[in-house]
Write a protein that binds this ligand. Structure first.
Ligand code: GLN
Length: 307
């Protein structure tokens, strides 16, 4: 059977899984997303790309941006700058939880993918002005995805900015702990912008492939990331990428991945392929329910388990 047809079949089989979920509504602009959309993309090591369904529909990356920001800050600022302020352990709590920042004796975010850790990483984005800092991240994401001229969904950014009491509380508490570099409001503003960057599943599959190739671009395109930094990002994806759903996702797919409340999931299968799914209907942990099912079936179909 041709590959695209195999992917179509997987999507068809996964469609049923999304029926329980619905789009995120705590960011009002995300609630308007069509819960029926589902897309799947695979970028293979040989440079070929296969996709099915809504794989070219742009959506806001939300928390998937945290994987890109981490990789970029590791490249530009080094490992110590990040891990002197953020841990490497799963928290077992929801992505936007604040509670352990005060109760844990270390008083620092558990990992760079929960919102608290991601806000610290965003505060470390290099650049002299907010404009430079977001442009730097966008340029890096263009190189990872192979897509020029990436845009930001201003309506989603504004909607998050205007409904972000919890993220503001987290950021100010981080500031009190001495963990946020620079201006708190500037960090929050940059965070809302990075979350509203628009990509499609095909772009995310291509970026996942760079991670899968330990930082190399396919087709002899050269090195984009230090291998060590690619390893760090993938390792944290496998333990913390789907928050309090990371363990279950790992059991079902065996693939390191990062999700976002826009409905995207990006994964990396070492030395084989980058993968991505998009489906805005979310489960109760804020992960794409159809996307998880599609990736579970994809992993079985192609034997993609790394674990
Ligand atoms: N922008 C979202 C937030 O901070 C990202 C969360 C997510 O995708 N899990 O709430």
């Amino acid at each position: 059977m041709p590959q695209d047809e195999r992917l179509e079949r997987i999507l068809e089989a996964a469609q049923g899984a999304r029926s329980g979920g619905k789009p995120a509504s705590y960011i009002p602009a995300l609630a308007a997303a069509d819960p029926g959309l589902l897309g799947l993309a695979v970028a293979w090591k040989d440079g070929s790309l296969r996709s099915a369904g809504a794989a070219r529909v742009d959506f806001t990356v939300q928390s998937i941006s945290k994987a890109f920001a981490l990789a970029w800050v590791l490249e530009e600022r080094g490992e110590d700058a990040v891990f002197s302020k953020v841990g490497k352990e799963p928290s077992g709590d929801p992505f936007n939880s604040i509670i352990r920042l005060e109760t844990d004796r270390r008083r620092r975010p558990f990992n760079p993918f929960i919102n608290a850790g991601a806000l610290v990483v965003t505060s470390l984005l290099p650049g002299a002005t907010p404009g430079n800092r977001i442009e730097g991240l966008l340029g890096f994401m263009s190189r990872m995805t192979g897509r020029d001229g990436l845009g930001i969904d201003a309506a989603v950014r504004d909607s998050e900015r205007d409904s972000a009491a919890r993220n503001r509380a987290i950021a100010w508490f981080l500031s009190e702990l001495g963990l946020l570099e620079g201006d708190v409001d500037e960090t929050l503003d940059l965070y809302f912008r990075q979350c509203a960057i628009m990509l499609c599943a095909e772009d995310l599959a291509r970026a996942g492939l760079v991670l899968a190739l330990d930082g190399m671009l396919p087709d002899g395109g050269g090195r984009l990331l230090e291998a060590r930094n690619a390893h760090i990002v993938k390792s944290l994806m496998s333990t913390c990428g789907l928050y309090d759903g990371s363990g279950e996702f790992s059991v079902e797919t065996g693939i390191p991945a990062k999700s976002g409340v826009g409905g995207g999931i990006m994964g990396a299968v070492r030395d084989r392929c980058g993968i991505a799914a998009f489906g805005p209907a979310l489960d109760e942990r804020g992960n794409s329910s159809g996307g998880i099912e599609a990736l579970r079936l994809l992993s079985d179909e192609y034997g993609l388990r790394a674990l």
